[in-house]
Write a protein that binds this ligand. Structure first.
Ligand SMILES: Cc1cc2nc3c(=O)[nH]c(=O)nc-3n(C[C@H](O)[C@H](O)[C@H](O)COP(=O)(O)O)c2cc1C
Length: 322
């Protein structure tokens, strides 16, 4: 049996449209202990559809990459989990947190939290389907304010042999609004013996340190906090191992890393798609500079990679980081 420790202490969270192979590769290179694919349709995965195959690409990083599956049928999720194990994924996660209507109305994502009977059937089936791989679930605190049931979910998961829980302490109704209430994370951590990892509003290294120490979780997941800032993992590593080298990640290195990410994306997706998919990273990166709105327009108007690189190099030399 593989040890849960392989996921480490700082993890790149699954993010649809963001955590494709190029971004995962860069996050791992710059300090993430582990990363996840975005949520993958269990049915699509079983049918080998083209989009799904691209989303599950992990190259030689497969040992540090978990696959996240979504679906509502225990049998299909179990078959997909078995297939993922066969391919070589060491960690298989089931999405039980996605709040998006299109997903929820099929009974998948956070809808699974509504029906604890269905939840039990899913975890039982997936657990039975995989032999050696780690089996995790990623959940929210409940479906809505009237059905906050993460304690029951956590305990049931533990009793059925789930190896760890990734916990985002918001209900489905909150979507991404309000704040992630990590006092709930502590409550969950206190009642289960399996590892619990925190997700939610971890935008900076300080957020991660505070949440880790106030909840006692086994590790943290960076999500929006890593978009356009993959060095957040290096900073987190450094913050945990004094003397701190934090200041070494200067603006020049940051710009180089963003350019490296852009190159990886162009290589993997082709220039046209790469040009589109790099945008959330660029917008997030530029937000750190004075005059970021204007810079965002400039990037939007850029016709190709070379023009973007020129803008990035210009701000590295002349820009003011705020
Ligand atoms: C663009 C985007 C896509 C996401 N896609 C997924 C997903 O595919 N699977 C999942 O479990 N969570 C997904 N999430 C949720 C994140 O993994 C994370 O739990 C959430 O953003 C809270 O963390 P944060 O507040 O630090 O961003 C997504 C979040 C964002 C912003």
């Amino acid at each position: 049996m593989i040890n849960i420790n392989i996921v480490g202490k700082s993890i790149l969270a699954p993010m649809a449209g963001i955590t494709g192979y190029p971004f995962r590769k860069i996050a791992l290179k710059y300090g993430a202990d582990f990363c996840f694919t975005e949520m993958i349709s269990a049915i699509g995965f079983l049918h080998n559809d083209k989009t799904t195959l691209e989303l599950t690409e992990a190259g030689k990083d497969i040992k540090k990459t978990g696959i996240q599956l979504f679906g509502s049928s225990p049998e299909i999720l179990a078959q997909a989990a078995k297939k993922a194990e066969g391919i070589g994924f060491k960690v298989i996660d089931i999405n039980m947190g996605c709040p998006v209507k299109k997903v929820v109305k099929t009974g998948a994502g956070s809808a699974i939290l509504k029906d604890t009977k269905e939840f039990s059937l899913i975890v039982k089936a997936v657990r039975q389907a995989i032999k050696d791989s780690i089996f995790t679930i990623k959940v929210r605190s409940g479906f809505d304010d009237n059905s906050i049931n993460f304690i029951e979910i956590g305990k049931t998961a533990e009793s059925f042999g789930v190896d760890a829980v990734f916990f985002h302490p918001r209900t489905r109704s909150l979507m991404f609004g309000g704040i992630a209430d990590h006092s709930l994370t502590k409550k969950l951590k206190d009642v289960v013996t399996i590892p619990v990892y925190a997700s939610g509003d971890i935008f900076t290294v300080d957020d991660a340190i505070k949440i880790k120490s106030s909840t006692g979780v086994d590790g943290v997941m960076f999500a929006r906090g890593a978009i356009g800032k993959p060095w957040i993992f290096t900073e987190y590593l450094d913050a945990n191992s004094p003397p701190t080298k934090k200041d070494l990640i200067g603006i020049k290195l940051k710009t180089d890393i963003i350019i490296e990410l852009m190159e990886e994306m162009n290589l993997f997706y082709g220039k046209e798609r790469g040009h589109k998919l790099i945008r959330p990273h660029l917008y997030s990166f530029l937000r750190g500079f004075r005059g970021s709105k204007g810079l965002r327009c400039e990037v939007n108007n850029a016709q190709n990679e070379k023009e973007i690189v020129n803008i990035l190099k210009m701000i590295t030399d002349e820009g003011e980081f705020v």
